[in-house]
Design a protein around this ligand. Sequence first.
Ligand code: TYM
Length: 335
Amino acid sequence: QTRVLTGITTTGTPHLGNYVGAIRPAIEASRRNDVDAFFFMADYHALIKSGDAARIERSRLEIAASWLAAGLDPARVTFYRQSDIPEIPELTWFLTCIAAKGMLNRAHAYKAAVDRNTEAGEDADAGITAGLYMYPVLMAADILAFDAHKVPVGRDQIQHIEMARDLAQRFNHIHGREFFVLPEALIEEQVATLPGLDGRKMSKSYDNTIPLFAGGSKQLREAIMRIVTDSRLPGEPKDPDSCALFTIFRAFASELETAAFRQALLDGMGWGDAKQALYERIESDVAPMREHYEALMADPAGIELILQQGALKARAVATPKIAALRDALGLRSAA
Ligand code: TYM
């Protein structure tokens, strides 16, 4: 059996990038009989980015409802909240003690923050928390606590998975035993980075996202109409390979539909019509799930119950794992 694991940070409303980069491939994988799936709400990670409790709570509900509406079956999948698993912060500490500081210095998010400070003429580490610095170690603990083989993610997470692999290897080497499975990223090349409204990566931090369910079909359509295009008029040929609109279409369409859309753009389809076609393509996938999403959002207690049952299943794996590590580290002998 292959163990597949992935998480989403509870800081915002799930968007199309989360769906095609993580949720959709993860759920597809979870339906295979040879896969044992672990999907979770990364709320410890959310604390690094936000101190707004109401926002974290709201986001957790939206993300959980999105997973379930998109077809996650809690009877098949271990579906839980990161902060219900105390073994994760414990393993984070074990890994912290072997993590090379130089490796963490190279993490993209930390480096970007340092670069911004340096450009602004400030102290390199101004305003940067140890939480941001330690982000990759916490994420490694998420993955290694469950011995995940494959981690479905978008391209922006590859470096984190490589660091998790590095930490697993280092730990195994130091202790002379295969304590941890070496995880691998599972990336769908077609949609590894879904662009947002402005053509940059779709991301909460760029405020360029298209929500998956929130706001209903009206908001989906409005967002799609705001996708930035060039000023070519109807009748003029468009370049499919340089527009976000085409890339987003491709992430939702079959090869045949994509080829037809490409030809229509080359033949001069107007941007307005192209946006309408994109809206209809996405809506036909999303509409059947949206109704389920709305029912789930109206029942937070039902979601809470599912997450608590998930936590029991997750801890049944993590607790013995951590007990064995404590033993190996000389902290406490496993009973
Ligand atoms: P997060 O919450 O930023 O994003 C969740 C998932 O969505 C993917 N994604 C995208 N994929 C394609 N195109 C995009 N524009 C796009 N935007 C987001 C992300 O790659 C991710 O797969 N650190 C993680 C959460 C996490 C995690 C883990 C993931 C914590 N622990 C352990 C896997 C395993 C994060 O902040 O993702």
